[in-house]
Design a protein. Structure first.
Length: 617
């Protein structure tokens, strides 16, 4: 009898607990009022809001009624991505413009009121709270600083991360569905499309070499002759054909890229040379050509399509006699710049020249986009000392009428990740969304969540390396060798950095955070190996130095890396032990293999293994 009663009580308590859980779940579910016949992005915004409010554990959300895109509260502008959040008599109104404004507003509410953060594709921070408190009369609004925001850091390929952090490009992400606000699309290739996609050399060069550049006395398939009327006719026809297939009148902006190939084989025929000479720049032919295609696109009725072209290397200097049409985007590329000094540093010669070009383009062009660069593409494991200048540079872009920014990062990160890729991706996104945010608070929040209790040590390391990364006479370029970088680093600084990394690893609170610390520490170990410091010192026992190199190499590979940088991304790290035991890290790539190293490698490996067996590290 007692056993039956016990079983009955267990069943009863289980039922009551389940009912209690259901009631609690129902009580925590907010009421969200959508417009009649909601659009996909409005429905998804409602789902996102409901999902993350539930994750906070707040028990009072059922007492707050949310209104999405209610006419009673209007966004501050019609710009796609603008939003307004307002509290009215206990209700919360979130209204946005375009396809993205409502989603941006929902994520902003979750950030500002609930403390949620989307730091990386694999790191969301959703604080637990007992209750959501929206202050009486609370109101905030936002209008995007830029019409186009994108970075190719791997973390931004997550649609949820990108939307939460207000990225709207999709050149390096899968097509963004309408439910997530769509994207500003490049309908063709993203870059270097002339001779590769439009008037393609594979289709025309053999039969019509006159369509292509006359360079150093010969026709080359590497660039187009931009003054040849047949070249213009072909490219215009191909653009219009593309629009006939892919045009979407409901998008705020669509872009067709007409951009020079990645070489300097520009045309020097009489007509091109004369037009460029008259304009004081090779941009004379490029902008004239882009304008002609843009006119045809406009005349065909494609009012929300822009033609995009480069101001890149030989076309970077603005023309003096031709002005880009309103539907022409000039994508100004900062590839020659120093990224250790701010762009407006008057003492930095490389940046002074770029700033003059930016000012001159700003005076004649209504739609400047920036192609920015965010890492060391030569040796991507090495610390790149640009983190301290990211904010000021983004402010400079905004203050010079730039309307779009593409931040090229380590897009090959899944093969070469040993620095601060996740941090850089997050910072670039946040700065595009608001160049005037609290930069220290933004960076510190990321570091604390990503690395744990030792985050302040990592912040100190970053600050020190940025300070020591450039001098008045030394700079930081995107193909900088690790050897000789961080030129102001002293012996004491090196000792300090070693201690900072030890502290960061010791204070990490989870094994995942420890692994993140160790992965990012590769940048420091790589620098020391390249510059012969500490355990890699040229004054140490050569075999002990080999052990340090071997440990670094094996850790790099263990973290899933198989290349050194962009130029070696198609080549695996060497399987030749003699290279990583004897040579500096940059030479670990198979790009530098030779029969000599293959020949001596067995002997080197044999002697090294014998030494390690007798002298364990």
């Amino acid at each position: 009898m007692k056993r039956c009663i016990s079983v009955f009580m267990v069943v009863l308590l289980t039922i009551l607990a389940a009912q209690s859980a259901l009631c609690a779940s129902a009580a925590a579910s907010p009421e969200i009022v959508l417009p009649e016949n909601p659009a996909p992005w409005q429905t998804n915004a409602s789902s996102v809001l409901r999902e993350y409010l539930a994750k906070t554990g707040a028990e009072n959300t059922a007492r707050i009624r949310f209104h999405l895109d209610d006419p009673a509260v209007q966004p501050p502008s019609g710009k796609d991505g603008a939003y307004r959040i307002a509290e009215r008599e206990g209700d919360v109104y979130i209204s946005g413009s375009g396809k993205r404004g409502t989603l941006y507003g929902v994520f902003a509410f979750l950030e500002e009121i609930c403390g949620c953060r989307w730091y990386a594709h694999d790191l969301e921070v959703i604080p637990h709270c007992d209750a959501i408190t929206v202050p009486d009369g609370y109101e905030t609004q936002y209008t995007p600083f830029f019409e186009y925001c994108e970075t190719d850091w791997r973390t931004s390929q997550s649609i949820a991360f990108a939307t939460a952090n207000r990225m709207n490009g999709s050149a390096y992400r899968s097509a963004v569905p309408d439910a997530w606000g769509g994207s500003v699309n490049y309908l063709s290739g993203f870059a270097h499309t002339l001779t590769t996609q439009f008037c393609a050399a594979r289709s025309y060069f053999d039969t019509h070499p006159e369509y292509f550049a006359l360079h150093e006395g010969q026709r080359t398939p590497n660039q187009l002759c931009l003054t040849n009327p047949d070249t213009l006719r072909i490219v215009t026809g191909e653009v219009l054909s593309l629009l006939g297939e892919k045009y979407n009148p409901d998008e705020a902006t669509q872009i067709v890229s007409l951009t020079q190939h990645d070489n300097h084989d520009f045309c020097t025929c009489d007509a091109c040379a004369a037009l460029d000479k008259a304009n004081g720049s090779h941009a004379g032919t490029m902008i004239t050509f882009a304008n002609a295609v843009a006119d045809a696109v406009r005349d065909a009725g494609y009012t929300n399509v822009a033609i995009d072209t480069f101001a890149y290397e030989y076309t970077r200097k603005p023309p003096t006699q031709v002005v880009p049409r309103d539907n022409v985007i000039v994508r100004l590329c900062s590839i020659e710049c120093c990224f250790g000094h701010t762009l407006d540093d008057p003492a930095c010669r490389d940046n002074t020249a770029f700033m003059q070009d930016l000012r001159d383009w700003s005076a004649i062009c209504k739609r400047i986009y920036i192609w920015d660069y965010g890492t060391n593409y030569g040796e991507s494991f090495n610390f790149f000392p640009n983190i301290a200048v990211l904010q000021r540079n983004m402010q400079i872009y905004y203050e010079h009428n730039v309307r779009g920014v593409y931040g090229e990062g380590n897009y090959y990160l899944d093969r070469c990740d040993g620095e601060f890729g996740a941090l850089r991706g997050y910072l670039q996104c946040r700065l595009m969304a608001d160049p005037y945010l609290d930069y220290d608070d933004t960076m510190n929040g990321f570091l604390a969540a990503y690395y744990g209790g030792g985050w302040q040590s990592i912040r100190s390391f970053i600050d020190l390396c940025c300070e020591k990364g450039v001098t008045k006479l030394s700079h930081a370029h995107i193909f900088q060798r690790a050897r000789g970088s961080l030129p102001a680093m002293t012996i004491r600084d090196v000792q300090t950095c070693d201690a900072l990394w030890d502290e960061a690893a010791a204070k990490a609170e989870t094994q995942e955070q420890v692994q993140r610390v160790l992965r990012s520490q590769i940048c420091w170990r790589y620098w020391k190996a390249s510059n012969g410091r500490r355990e890699f010192s040229f004054f140490r026992n050569p075999l002990r130095r080999m052990q340090a190199r071997d440990a670094l190499y094996r850790d790099i590979v263990a973290f899933g890396n198989d290349c050194i940088g962009e130029m070696t991304r198609k080549r695996d790290l060497s399987g030749c032990p003699a290279l990583h035991l004897l040579r500096i890290p940059f030479c670990w790539s198979t790009l530098y293999d030779s029969p000599f190293w293959d020949a001596v490698s067995p002997l080197v490996e044999k002697l090294y293994n014998a030494y390690c067996a007798r002298h364990p590290a």
